[in-house]
Ligand binder design. Structure first.
Ligand code: XIL
Length: 315
């Protein structure tokens, strides 16, 4: 039957995957599935600050360009991830004083977004990532501690200046349902837009876990952001489980994937869904959440799981 991207297109949505540079270069099975099933790609790591500007003013786009070239060859769009984040950012940035840090941020955005500004494949960016704590307070990252909240508006303005056509997103996790954190995000996006800050899009990462339950009111949450006038998207979907995997867990996992797809389908402003990888062979989950895994839609041998069928059938 037809690949996911064909079904997604028939519903007016994209279906994406995060891609890692090493298997993309070395594994034909990985490349084939990435090319045929998905209409959008995100670099899992290759566009992060530690990859693109490891030392000050020394830009390296080798991994990022590898992803973008692959996407162009396969008629896919790239969502740039991510410009300003507290993680995977070199120590030299973190130790700057306020004036120098603000300039470094603006220079980074200008160079990275500018590198792709005339590239039709790269159409959107996560400008800031994970600015909130789970209780809805601003995360006390080195960005916030050095610059205060103003770095967020400054980052969006710098991104707009570097590419007037790119769609500019704010992205976070645990904001899929209605809760304190998503409400803080809602209030921030509303206030930024009232001030004329160019926030075009809100990304819900979607790192879910079957043992924590499905988030409540996902469709209503997407809709309240849509009603602010922004596009919404699911940017990093995966559904992990406590290992070992079994058929009961696989079935539950499939319903989570299905329900995320259905929420996006029900909201006109939801552009699509990106899965954070596609095969359990390459997933951040086992490295990050001890004892957990099997979060993706293909198993480690590239066989489709019930989650694949659920996404396929929902689209
Ligand atoms: C993760 C990658 O998947 C890992 O390979 C890397 O070691 C750490 O970062 N939120 C994000 C992503 O926005 O960039 C993270 O990606 C997962 C959580």
């Amino acid at each position: 039957s037809a690949p996911l991207r064909v079904h997604a297109a028939s519903r007016g949505k994209f279906i994406g995957a995060a891609l890692a540079t090493s298997p993309l270069a070395n594994e034909s099975q990985y490349r084939t599935i990435a090319a045929t099933e998905f209409s959008q790609v995100t670099a899992e790591n290759a566009m992060k600050w530690d990859s693109t500007e490891p030392s000050q003013g020394q830009f390296n786009f080798s991994g990022a360009d590898q992803i973008v070239t692959f996407a162009t060859q396969n008629n896919q769009q790239v969502h740039g991830h991510t410009l300003v984040w507290h993680s995977q950012t070199p120590g030299w940035v973190q130790s700057l004083g306020a004036t120098a840090m603000r300039s470094a941020m603006q220079n980074h955005i200008s160079n990275v977004v500018g590198h792709y500004a005339n590239n039709a494949t790269v159409t959107s960016w996560d400008v800031v990532n994970e600015v909130f704590d789970d209780n809805g307070n601003m995360r006390t990252s080195f960005w916030y501690n050095t610059l205060g909240q103003s770095y967020i508006a400054d980052a969006f303005r710098a991104a707009r200046a570097a590419d007037s056509n790119a769609r500019l997103c704010i992205n976070d996790y645990n904001v899929e349902g209605i809760n304190a954190k998503s409400t803080a995000m809602y209030n921030l996006v509303s206030s930024l837009r009232q001030q004329g800050v160019p926030v075009d899009c809100v990304g819900f990462q979607g790192h879910l876990a079957i043992q924590y339950g499905f988030p409540s009111q996902v469709q209503q949450n997407m809709q309240r952001f849509a009603d602010l006038g922004v596009q919404v998207r699911v940017t990093e979907l995966d559904v992990r489980m406590i290992m070992p995997r079994d058929s009961t867990k696989d079935t539950t996992q499939a319903t989570y994937y299905r329900d995320v797809v259905n929420a996006c389908l029900a909201v006109t402003a939801c552009a699509g869904i990106t899965i954070w990888g596609f095969t359990d062979k390459y997933s951040w989950v086992p490295d990050t959440f001890s004892g957990q895994g099997a979060a993706l839609i293909y198993d480690a041998s590239y066989q489709q799981k019930p989650a694949y069928t659920a996404v396929h059938d929902a689209l």
